[in-house]
Design a protein around this ligand. Structure first.
Ligand code: SF4
Length: 339
């Protein structure tokens, strides 16, 4: 994401609202310690959208959980690195301080809104709760604000629907409720973890539009976790591609889409169906992501990479910068192009 060495630490953030430096997250399992995040580096700038893209198990959701202070401990733990929000390192603050950051400064929207909402409480209560607990608003004032937030996320007849329960809302409407909850305390960063994966294509487009409009209004920065390169292309200013717990390519969205320089990113691009491909088999990346208890030596992608050499099988590639903003963790990044 930036021309920095893996262990570099910079404290001057400028317009950067969040900086993740050499983040490492481990999980204890019956088979031993699994390194789920292996030295992730990325910055998030005010008002931008950074998409973290990858297949299931690549580490993108664990990265988000680490930023949000939600790595379950045990079995997980942040074993190294920094998560800088302004001049505070979120890895080193107390649980109490972290609770103040959650919602107030960084909020999160999860994939499956229907199961994330409490079925026994009205949506209005759930939106109003952080306003009462964290801002000390009276019950009436919090309810009024909850209605305003429901209107802001375009829930029709908000004043009538504020006392409805989650089961009375569709998947798309439930996701709007989750977004209203996330916006309640005016966070500067929103982490959206696969926010549209459980929705049909039309509703997905509406939720994306809503997030874009809210970002324009509020200036908040968004980290969008997605496995869908189309969603990343549509929403992101910059993209970080993850594989086996590492960011293997990162850069401005135009570079990732039109000048990908990591074979994994190229594989993701090639697996997007096109109209010309009618009646042909969909292309896919051969093989499967590694089991994290047995990540291959050298480049973790080498068993699936048609270009792999002996060097790839033995030496872990460091990030090669093709431009100040575009980096690729491939030994052959300067030669790799999409045909
Ligand atoms: Fe493929 Fe080698 Fe590059 Fe890894 S380092 S992506 S195996 S060419």
């Amino acid at each position: 994401m930036r021309p920095a060495k893996q262990n570099e630490t910079r404290k001057t953030l400028g317009d950067t609202v969040l900086r993740v430096n050499n983040l490492q997250v481990d999980f204890e399992t019956p088979l031993g310690t699994v390194r789920a995040i292996d030295g992730a580096n990325f910055d998030l700038r005010a008002g931008e959208t950074l998409a973290i893209l990858g297949e299931s198990g690549s580490g993108k959701s664990v990265s988000a959980a680490a930023v949000m202070g939600l790595v379950p401990s045990p079995p997980g733990r942040i074993s190294g690195g920094e998560v800088l929000l302004g001049d505070r390192d979120l890895v080193r603050i107390s649980a109490r301080e972290m609770r103040r950051v959650q919602g107030d400064r960084i909020a999160m929207v999860f994939q499956d809104a229907i199961t994330s909402l409490n079925p026994g409480l009205t949506v209005g209560y759930q939106i109003a709760e952080p306003l009462r607990v964290k801002q000390g608003l009276s019950r009436a004032a919090a309810r009024k604000r909850a209605i305003a937030l429901m209107e802001r996320v375009q829930i029709a007849s908000a004043a009538q629907r504020v006392d409805d329960y989650p089961h009375q809302f569709s998947g798309g409407m439930s996701q709007r409720v989750m977004i209203a909850m996330a916006l309640a305390l005016d966070p500067e960063i929103l982490i959206a973890d696969e926010p549209t994966t459980a929705l049909d294509v039309t509703v997905q487009a509406q939720i994306m539009d809503l997030l874009r409009n809210l970002q324009r209004e509020t200036g908040m920065a968004i980290i969008l976790i997605t496995h869908d390169i189309g969603v990343a292309a549509e929403m992101a200013d910059r993209v970080a591609v993850m594989y086996a717990g590492r960011i293997v390519e990162s850069g401005p969205v135009q570079d990732i889409l039109y000048k990908p320089s990591h074979p994994y990113t190229i594989g993701l691009m090639d697996s997007i169906p096109t109209l010309e491909q009618k009646f042909q088999r969909l292309r896919q990346i051969d093989g499967a992501p590694p089991v994290m208890t047995a990540v291959p030596k050298g480049c973790a992608f080498h068993p699936r990479c048609a270009r792999a050499t002996d060097l790839c099988r033995t030496q872990r590639p460091e990030v090669v910068y093709l431009s100040p903003q575009h980096g690729s963790a491939c030994h052959y990044a300067k030669e790799v192009t999409r045909e």
